[in-house]
Design a protein around this ligand. Sequence first.
Ligand SMILES: CC(C)(COP(=O)(O)OP(=O)(O)OC[C@H]1O[C@@H](n2cnc3c(N)ncnc32)[C@H](O)[C@@H]1OP(=O)(O)O)[C@@H](O)C(=O)NCCC(=O)NCCS
Length: 171
Amino acid sequence: MMKPFSYVTTVNTRIRMSTPDDAPFVTAIENDADLKQLLGEPSGKSEESYRKFLSASKDLRFLIVEPLAGGFPIGLCGLLTGLSSDDCEVRVILTKDYWGRGLGTEVATALKKLAADIFPSKVLTAKTHPDNAPSLAIISRLGLVLDGTVSSDSRDNGWLNFRAPLATRTI
Ligand SMILES: CC(C)(COP(=O)(O)OP(=O)(O)OC[C@H]1O[C@@H](n2cnc3c(N)ncnc32)[C@H](O)[C@@H]1OP(=O)(O)O)[C@@H](O)C(=O)NCCC(=O)NCCS
């Protein structure tokens, strides 16, 4: 069973479990074509659909990023783990007003630590569009190494896969 998680803090942010009340924010992020330019299509899902999803969600796929000083969401992040998978994929999306301040690196680094704590036997992974320069910079800072290219019928075809190197497989 997964260790309980409520929140972690970084120097400038708080990363917490989402609640159904976060549905408007999650819907806005997931349907923002500009923000998702290098992530795939907007999801097209409704606020109601996300509200239901967040009510039932117990995993760490949709975590909310807030400024440490304030209570409003500025980003979505998470750790994606398949039931039968040894992988733990990290993702971070921040609203544009908060880009370029080092927060993406801060949040991703905190998620790496969280993954090591909660999923010690899983391998930290990430995948990104080859043109996503900020994402590539963060992945490099996390110490992940290139692990081939995604080949799929889906939006992520041609993206780059990264994973923790063998020597650090406990993340
Ligand atoms: C990826 C994302 C979270 C980065 O957030 P951020 O807070 O701006 O990241 P940081 O400030 O920590 O910057 C990370 C690095 O990227 C670099 N960077 C930022 N924008 C860049 C750009 N347009 N081109 C090249 N490098 C860039 C920064 O210089 C920084 O490196 P440095 O500290 O050595 O200068 C943010 O751009 C985002 O939400 N993008 C949309 C969603 C997405 O693509 N997520 C990643 C896939 S899961």
